[in-house]
Design a protein. Sequence first.
Length: 288
Amino acid sequence: MRLSTSGLTIRTGPFLYTIRTNLPEVASFMGKVYAESPVVDHPEFSDFHVAVHSCRRFLQPWLRHVDVSVGGVPLFGPFPRQETFAYLEWGMNGCISRDANHMLLFHAASLERDGRGVLFLGKSGAGKSTLAAALALRGWRLLSDEFGLVTLDSSRLVPLARPICLKNEAIQLIRELDPAVVTTTPADVRRKGLLCHLAPPRESVRRMDEPATPSALVFINYQQDAESRLEAIPKAQAMSRAIESSFNYKELGRAGFECMATLVGSCGCYDLSYGDLEGAGRVMEGAL
């Protein structure tokens, strides 16, 4: 009812999202992968207002498409209805990458184990989300799938605890690790293939107000059938590569440089190549 009227406001880490929609399947999606997220009643302020509504394209009026908008501004243009969940999550991600410039932002997965935070960095398709999901199923605390959020004043990792996006072969790999995991039904998304979302672990959501102290920057690269191997790299090289993985390093100027230097200086820096999730988990747990 809230989704279709005044909006449903949920909290994910430091952010409040107010979401409105006239699509019943979005309510099912939210109930499945955001079931543990706190709902905020009558908020005085919300960081982001996201709307998901059906529409019709001028050239294809017989087909039902969907728009996602933030603050009343459409983000993507109409897309097929079966891609709704993907675009909703991408829209929510875009809110952070565009506006959360009070932190240093990385395109990374971030997790914590035994008090030690790890940023997993790499290009799209490197295997960050798949490894993050596998480690979360091994008991690691999930901080975030798409983002590494680092405070400028203390260089600590800020949790988000939102769903993990799984693509193509990764969907079956994670289901084989734990058949009881909660995921959405895979949908065929243009240019991405099959895609679904994995609900964050309950414990990760419960502890989303607890920042983590980073101890390692890990640049990952999935290679089919490769032996899992973790190798230390020079900090100067790690800083250059970490800058390339940041959304807003340049915009932050001196504050971004100082935060980046503190982060790299306080962390071990590694390359991780892996061909199977079990081996990667053992290697990472041995290193920490």
